[in-house]
Design a protein around this ligand. Structure first.
Ligand code: AHN
Ligand code: ZN
Length: 331
C-alpha cells in the first residue's frame, strides 16, 4: 500500500511537470516580464558612445571658452538633423565669484502643440575645476566631464535620433542645460544651493514657450560609468516617488536590475530641484550615487579621472533603453 501511494504521488508530480499548458503559460509569463508593453526601438550604444567622443574632442566645455561655444554649436546642429523644433535659449548670469557667464540651454521638442508631454534633461557643460581630485596639484584643472556632462547628452542625442525614426505618442522636450556645474569649490562653499544649476534656474523661470507645462521630467546625471549604481535619490523619492518607481520598474523589467537598485540614496541639489520649485513639475534625478565614497557620488566625481577611459557603452545602453521604454510606453 505504501509503495502504491508513493507511485501515485510520483505520477502526479510527473504529470504536473509535463502539463503542456502549464509550461506554456509559464513561458508566456516570463516573456511578458522581459518584453516592453509596446514596440520600443533598440537604443544604439555605439552611436551614443560616439556622441561622448565627439563632445570630448572639443576639450573641457568650460563656460567662457571656445570649446564651450563650439560644443553648443555641435549639439544644436546634430539635434536639428533629427528634430524640426530646436531652440537655443541664451542668457547671462552671475556666478558665485561675480563673473558674468554666457549660458545656452538647448531644447528639442517633438509634438510641441501637445499638452501631454514629458521632459528629458541633463546638463551639457564641464565643471571648470576638478576640486575633488585626490591630487591637490590637479584641483584647479578643468574636468573633461565625460560622465558628468557628456554621458547624459550622448544618451539624449541617441534618443533624439530614435525619436526621428519613430515618433513617440506623447510630446517630448529634450532640454540640455548649461551652467549646472559652476558651483563654488569645496573650500569656498557656504553650503548654498543657488550657485548650482544656473541654467535650469533660468529655464524654469523663463520657459522657452509661455505657460509651459509637462506631466513629469527625468534628469540624467552621470549615466556612463562602468557598473554605475542608480539609487533612489531622496528629493525625487519625496516629490516624484510614483514616477521614480515607474522608471525603476521599467529598467528592472527589461533586464537592468544591476544598475537600477531599489535602495535609498541621499538628497542631491541638482537641476531637478529648480524645475520642481519654479514650474511645479515632478522630476526624477537618475544619478549615479555610491554610498562608499565620501561625496556620495560616483568615485571620479569632479576629478580629472572623469574622462573617456571611465565611460562604458553598456551603461549608456541601460539608461538609454530605459528612457526609450518610458517614452514610448507613456500614454
Ligand atoms: C552639489 O554638489 C551641491 N550638487 C551636485 C550636483 C551635481 C554636480 N551633479 C553633477 N555635478
Ligand atoms: Zn558636476
Amino acid at each position: 500500500m505504501k509503495y502504491v501511494l508513493i507511485f501515485l504521488i510520483g505520477l502526479a508530480l510527473i504529470s504536473c511537470n509535463n502539463n503542456p499548458q502549464k509550461v506554456n503559460s509559464a513561458a508566456a509569463d516570463s516573456a511578458a516580464m522581459s518584453k516592453p508593453r509596446v514596440d520600443v526601438p533598440s537604443f544604439n550604444k555605439d552611436s551614443a558612445y560616439a556622441y561622448v567622443v565627439a563632445q570630448l574632442a572639443f576639450g573641457p566645455r568650460v563656460p567662457g571658452t571656445p570649446a564651450h561655444e563650439k560644443c553648443a554649436g555641435y549639439i544644436a546642429s546634430k539635434l536639428k538633423t533629427w528634430c524640426k523644433d530646436v531652440i537655443v535659449q541664451k542668457y547671462r548670469m552671475a556666478a558665485f565669484n561675480g563673473r558674468m557667464l554666457d549660458g545656452k540651454n538647448i531644447i528639442a521638442s517633438w509634438k510641441p502643440g501637445l499638452k501631454n508631454r514629458i521632459i528629458l534633461c541633463t546638463h551639457w557643460e564641464s565643471r571648470p575645476w576638478a576640486d575633488h581630485d585626490p591630487d591637490p596639484k590637479l584641483r584647479k584643472k578643468p574636468v573633461d566631464a565625460a560622465n558628468d556632462g557628456a554621458s547624459g547628452v550622448a544618451v539624449l542625442m541617441e534618443a533624439a535620433r530614435q525619436f526621428s525614426l519613430k515618433e513617440p505618442n506623447i510630446g517630448i522636450d529634450i532640454v540640455l542645460f548649461d551652467l549646472e556645474d559652476y558651483g563654488p569649490p569645496q573650500d569656498e562653499s557656504q553650503g548654498e544651493d543657488k550657485w548650482w544649476g544656473l541654467g535650469s534656474q533660468y529655464w524654469a523661470q523663463n520657459p522657452h514657450v509661455q505657460g509651459y507645462s509637462a506631466k513629469y521630467g527625468v534628469l540624467l546625471d552621470m549615466v556612463g560609468a562602468p557598473g554605475a549604481t542608480f539609487l533612489l535619490e531622496g528629493v525625487s523619492q519625496q516629490n516624484a516617488g510614483d514616477i521614480q518607481r515607474k522608471i525603476w520598474d521599467a529598467a528592472n523589467r527589461i533586464g537592468y536590475s544591476s544598475y537600477f537598485r531599489y535602495e535609498k540614496g541621499g538628497m542631491v541639489t541638482d537641476d531637478h530641484i529648480f524645475i520642481m520649485k519654479y514650474m511645479n513639475i515632478p522630476v526624477v534625478d537618475l544619478i549615479h550615487l555610491d554610498k562608499t565614497t565620501d561625496s556620495g557620488f560616483y568615485p571620479y566625481w569632479h576629478t580629472t579621472h572623469d574622462n573617456l577611459a571611465s565611460i562604458d557603452a553598456s551603461t549608456l545602453k541601460a539608461v538609454g533603453q530605459t528612457m526609450l521604454t518610458v517614452a514610448y510606453e507613456e500614454q
